[in-house]
Design a protein around this ligand. Structure first.
Ligand code: NDP
Length: 478
C-alpha cells in the first residue's frame, strides 16, 4: 500500500480513500494509491514551512551528504526500484535497470556535486561600487511529474530544488506512483530532515491543483502535457510564481542521404520506439531524403518487425506495455485517424496480445505509417506511443519547413555527414534540443527544455540551480 510522505512520516490520506494502481502488462490492479486532496497538501505545506529555516541554513556540504546518501540507497536497492518501475509503467525491466533508475541516482549525485560549482555573480563599477548577487532558496516549491519516466523525471526536479535549500511538495503521476513511494522510504533512511521533502499522491485535478494554487508554494516545476501546462500557467501567473514547464513534443528526425546509414538506422529504431515511444524526446516524424527513401523504408520496417514486444519482465523484451488502457485507446485512435487521413500502415497498427501471463495487458505493435501530408493532424499532434510517420523530402528548405511546422519545439535529430549542413540545420530548426548523428546523449550540465508549445524555461545544470534560487543584488559603495 502506497502512503504519502509528509513531515518525515508515511501517512494515510486525510480522506482515508484510495484508488487502484494498475500493472499495464497484465491489465489488472495490483495495489492502491492515496486519493489525497487539498487537506494533505495543507499538511505538507505546514511541514515544509516549519522545516524551511533550518534546511535553508544547513551548509551545502551537509545537504550534499544527505543527497549522496539517498543516491547510495537507491543504488543498493536498484533491483527493487527497477522492478517496481517496470510493473507500474509497463516498460521493459532491462530499460528500468539500465536507464531509469541509474539516471535517478545520477540526478541526486549530479546536483549534490553541482552545488559546489554554483558561484554567484559579481559586477564591479570601477572605483565606485561593487555588486554581488546573493542566490537564496525560494522557500517552498512544488514539483509535478508525468508517468513516462517516473522516478527519472521526479528526481530531476526534486534534486536541484533540495540542494539549493528549498523545501519541496512533490506529486508523481497517479498512474505511476510506486518508485516515488520507495524514494520516500529511502529519504527516511538517509536521514533527510522531516518536512524537507513531502510527497503527496493522488490525482492532478485534486493534489496537482492544490499544489499549483497554494499561496505559500512560490515556484512550480512541471513536466507533462501541453494542455495541463497551460492550465497550470493560468493558475500560477496571477500569483506571480516562478514557473518552469517541460511539455509535449512532436520531434522531427531528419535523415539526409549522406548519413552514416547503419548508425542512423539502429538509432532511428530506438528513437522511434524506445519506452514504447513514450518519451517526450522520441522522433515521431521521420523525414528521409528522396534518394534513400525506398531503401530506408524497407530496412526500417524490417528492423521494426524484429522488435520483441511482450512481457516487460523478460530480459529479451524490446517493447513493453502501454501505460494505461486509456492511453492505449488514444494511441490506437491516432492510428485510425492516420488511415482516415490517407496514410498507409507499413507495419504494426494494432493492439498486440502476447501469449501467457500478459494476454490481458495493454500492448500496441510498433507502427510505421507513410503517405501523410506534413500538416495533417497525425503529423501535427503528439501521439506519445509506438507510432511514427515517414515522409520523403527533396531539399533542405523543404524539410526545415516541414520540421518547423508544428506548434511544438522540444527536440530534433539530424543525420548527415556534411558538417556545414549540420550546423546550418541546427541554427534554423526551432527546437530547444538538437541531436546531430545521435539521440538521447545527455550531459546533465546542458540546458534542457523546449521552444514554442513545448515549454517555458530550461532545466538542467546551472539553469536548474538558478531557477530554484532567488537572485538578490547587493550594491556596496566603495
Ligand atoms: P499530464 O499533463 O496529464 O500530467 C502530468 C502531471 O500533472 C501528472 O502528475 C498529473 O496528474 C498532473 N496534473 C494533471 N492535471 C493537473 C492540474 N490541473 N494541475 C496540476 N497538476 C495536474 O501528462 P502525462 O502524465 O500524460 O505525461 C505525458 C506528457 O508529458 C506528454 O505530453 C509528454 O510529452 C510530456 N513530457 C514532457 C517532457 C519534457 O521534458 N518536455 C518529458 C516527459 C513527458 P494525474 O496523473 O493525476 O493526471
Amino acid at each position: 500500500m502506497i502512503k504519502n510522505y509528509i513531515n518525515g512520516k508515511l501517512l494515510e490520506p486525510v480522506s482515508e480513500k484510495y484508488f487502484d494502481n494498475y500493472d499495464p502488462a497484465i491489465g489488472e490492479a495490483y495495489g492502491i494509491v492515496p486519493d489525497s486532496d487539498e487537506r494533505d497538501v495543507e499538511l505538507a505545506v505546514a511541514a515544509a514551512e516549519a522545516a524551511f529555516p533550518a534546511w535553508a541554513a544547513t551548509p551545502p556540504d551537509e545537504r550534499s551528504r544527505i543527497m549522496f546518501k539517498i543516491a547510495e540507497l537507491i543504488k543498493r536497492d536498484l533491483a527493487e526500484f527497477a522492478r517496481a518501475e517496470c510493473i507500474d509503467n509497463g516498460k521493459p525491466l532491462t530499460l528500468a535497470k539500465t536507464v531509469d533508475i541509474p539516471r535517478a541516482i545520477k540526478n541526486f549525485e549530479f546536483f549534490a556535486s553541482a552545488i559546489h560549482g554554483f558561484a554567484s555573480e559579481s559586477h564591479n563599477i570601477e572605483g565606485e561600487a561593487v555588486n554581488y548577487t546573493l542566490r537564496n532558496p525560494i522557500g517552498i516549491v512544488g514539483a509535478i511529474s508525468p508517468w513516462n519516466l517516473p522516478l527519472y523525471l521526479f528526481t530531476w526536479k526534486i534534486a536541484p530544488a533540495l540542494i539549493t535549500g528549498n523545501c519541496v511538495i512533490a506529486k508523481p503521476s497517479e498512474i505511476t506512483p510506486m518508485t516515488a513511494f520507495l524514494l520516500s522510504e529511502a529519504c527516511i533512511e538517509a536521514g533527510l530532515p522531516e518536512g524537507v521533502l513531502n510527497i503527496v499522491h493522488g490525482y492532478g485535478h485534486k493534489v496537482g491543483k492544490a499544489i499549483t494554487a497554494h499561496p505559500k508554494i512560490k515556484a512550480i516545476t512541471f513536466t507533462g502535457g501541453t494542455k495541463t501546462g497551460a492550465d497550470i500557467a493560468s493558475v500560477v501567473a496571477p500569483m506571480f510564481k516562478k514557473l518552469s514547464l517541460e511539455l509535449g513534443g512532436k520531434n522531427p528526425n531528419i535523415i539526409f542521404a549522406d548519413a552514416n546509414y547503419e548508425k542512423m538506422l539502429s538509432t532511428t529504431v530506438m528513437s522511434s520506439f524506445r519506452n514504447q515511444g513514450e518519451i517526450c524526446l522520441c522522433g515521431s516524424r521521420v523525414f528521409v531524403e528522396k534518394p534513400i527513401y525506398e531503401k530506408f523504408k524497407k530496412d526500417f520496417v524490417e528492423r521494426t518487425k524484429a522488435l520483441k514486444i511482450g512481457d516487460p519482465l523478460q530480459n529479451d523484451t524490446d517493447q513493453g506495455a502501454i501505460v494505461s488502457k486509456e492511453h492505449m485507446e488514444k494511441v490506437l485512435g491516432y492510428i485510425k485517424l492516420a488511415q482516415e487521413e490517407g496514410g498507409t500502415v507499413l507495419c504494426g497498427g494494432n493492439q498486440f496480445i502476447p501469449e501467457g501471463r500478459c494476454d490481458n495487458g495493454w500492448f500496441i505493435e510498433p507502427t510505421i505509417i507513410e503517405g501523410l501530408a506534413y500538416n495533417c493532424r497525425t503529423n501535427q499532434e503528439e501521439i506519445f506511443g509506438p507510432v511514427v510517420t515517414i515522409t520523403p523530402f527533396e531539399t533542405e528548405e523543404e524539410v526545415l519547413m516541414m520540421a518547423n511546422s508544428t506548434e511544438y519545439g522540444l527536440a530534433s535529430i539530424i543525420w548527415t555527414e556534411n558538417l556545414s549542413r549540420a550546423h546550418r540545420m541546427a541554427a534554423n530548426i526551432q527546437t530547444g534540443i538538437v541531436w546531430i548523428n545521435c539521440w538521447m546523449v545527455r550531459d546533465l550540465r546542458t540546458p534542457f527544455g523546449g521552444m514554442k508549445s513545448s515549454g517555458v524555461g530550461r532545466e538542467g545544470g546551472m539553469e536548474a540551480l538558478r531557477f530554484f534560487t532567488e537572485p538578490k543584488n547587493v550594491c556596496v559603495k566603495l
